[in-house]
Design a protein around this ligand. Sequence first.
Ligand code: PCA
Length: 324
Amino acid sequence: MNKTNKLLAGLAAAVALAAPAMAEKWDMPMAYAATNFHSEVGANFAQCVTDGTGGALEIVTHPSGSLYSGSEIKRAVQTGQANIGERLLSAHQNENPLYGVDSIPFLVSSFDEHEALWDIAGPAVQKVLADDNLHYLYSVPWPPQGVYFNKEVNSVADLKGLKFRSYSTSTARMAELTGMLPVQVEAAELSQALATGVAESFISSGATGYDRKVWEHLSHFYEVDAWLPRNAVFVNMDAWNGLDEATQVALTDCAAKAKAEGLARSKDYTAFTLNGLMEGGMMVQRAGGMLVDELKAIGEIMTSEWLENAGDEGRAIIEAFKNR
Ligand code: PCA
């Protein structure tokens, strides 16, 4: 090395030492309202990562489907258009039945049962995500699912012909089996769909009805606790593999915090939003015996269909859950 080259090499080394690693910024698309607990937990998670990496990896959340709509998020992250995102897993049950393990009707009806199911099913779902080029970080349940209408409903016969907003193949199948007409609509477009008459009923948590102020269009919410679906946060696998170990550890630690915070917030939001629906003027009550029994009979058909689709792996998960 001549003198000038030595000088340049020394200079380059000094600059490399002085400059922090190139900071990266990741956009994180999310589908639900900014004020919803999933979005707030996601924002805290993003801040935790930014702080935990000393700003080397900054994550910026984009709630309300503003960057990608709910239906586009998984594909966007799989293909690396976005490096990280949050999505309702059961919306992808048509791709793999295991994505809908949290939407088997009346298998679980409480947060505790749901968490027990997730402890058993989670590793299998993580593998399915990995096959889709996604590294799983954390997931958070929605509150129990009930049904919304613009009239009093006492039996499945009262549902015939209603236009029913679905968010997954399970919810669409439930509509078909109850004589309703399913139409797939993202939560971000739900108020619009109700206002224009595209939909006049749906199944969801009190949380989504509250977030979308559905008392402006509907009158009754019936608690049936059909299931508790889950939102998952995942990273594009190539982006994940490109991170150094310290950054991966920071993400994993923040994910563990977000999972715990999300579960607690989901529980709190349940009563808060059911009260909010009532304050908005809705009748909020447990469904009557006849409606519950008829929905449970339909749930049994859907359960056997799911088991058939999910094969041995699905059956083993459900058996392990029942024998826990
Ligand atoms: N809210 C989401 C999914 C489940 C829920 O409670 C929705 O209705 O889109």
